[in-house]
Ligand binder design. Structure first.
Ligand code: PEP
Length: 251
């Protein structure tokens, strides 16, 4: 069994002071959780400060985005190396909000994946179909294309810390969750494709689910064999809710 990963995506919420208060509360609530890996992705402006506040706790930090270049005239962007130096261990790549609002393509996701590895960050690559695509029966096809586009010919040696997040776009921030069976079907298909592309060593790749995860549905989701954790948006801003998600009980 893989060590579950519960990651909170704070998106464009919280300034440094608010973030510090959330971390203080989370430190109390998640305690010394050894069984589950706990991660938060705060806005870039808070990362370095929070890096000091999570020290000595099991809470790790992720960047919400990086650029693929090592430096240059890319106003508003940061490199993988900058995120790493600021205290990040992980980076979220290809979130559906970045794909929808900032024109992120599979090609960019691929370049960012290479940059993450280069910069010492563990990549969390997000995949997800829209409602129209699901209703047209194309969910698995869309996910397969996104996964192929992200990984291309990269080998397991490079991808040893890879995490995949399956996040159906229609379930993000909408209160609608994929049913555990719907999520499991896609996770199992991703697992199979990872084996095809990377060989059996891909068994270490965690596939986490995102899309309106909350205290009320985490236990059932985590009861599925191919769901190795969760990427949590809204509920990660409420420390009690997030701690309950971290302390899930499989059902
Ligand atoms: C997300 O942003 O990755 C997400 C899953 O958001 P929410 O939990 O709010 O649906």
């Amino acid at each position: 069994m893989l060590r579950p990963l519960i990651a909170g995506n704070w998106k464009m919420h919280t300034d440094i002071n608010h973030g510090a208060k959330l971390v203080e509360k989370l430190r109390e609530l998640v305690g010394a959780s050894e069984d589950v890996e706990v991660l938060i992705a705060p806005p870039t402006t808070s990362i370095h400060h929070l890096h000091f506040l999570v020290a000595g706790s099991p809470i790790k930090l992720a960047a919400q985005n990086i650029h693929w270049e090592t430096e240059g005239a890319y106003t508003g962007e940061i490199t993988a190396e900058m995120a790493h130096a600021a205290g990040c261990e992980y980076v979220i790549i290809g979130h559906s909000e970045r794909r929808a609002y900032f024109g992120e393509t599979d090609e960019w996701v691929h370049k960012k994946l290479i940059a993450a590895v280069r910069g010492g960050l563990k990549p969390i690559v997000c995949l997800g179909e829209s409602l129209e695509e699901r209703e047209a029966g194309k969910a698995l096809e869309v996910i397969a294309t996104q996964l192929k586009g992200a990984l291309k010919t990269l080998a397991m040696g490079v991808l040893k810390d890879l995490v995949i997040a399956y996040e159906p776009v229609w379930a993000i921030g909408t209160g609608k969750t994929a049913s555990p069976d719907e999520a499991e079907e896609v996770h199992a298909a991703i697992r199979e494709q990872l084996y095809d592309m990377l060989g059996t060593e891909a068994k270490v790749v965690r596939i986490i689910y995102g899309g309106s995860v909350k205290a009320a549905n985490i236990d059932e989701l985590m009861g599925k064999p191919n769901i190795d954790g969760a990427l949590v948006g809204g509920a990660s801003l409420k420390p009690e809710d997030f701690a309950r998600i971290v302390n899930f009980e499989k059902s």
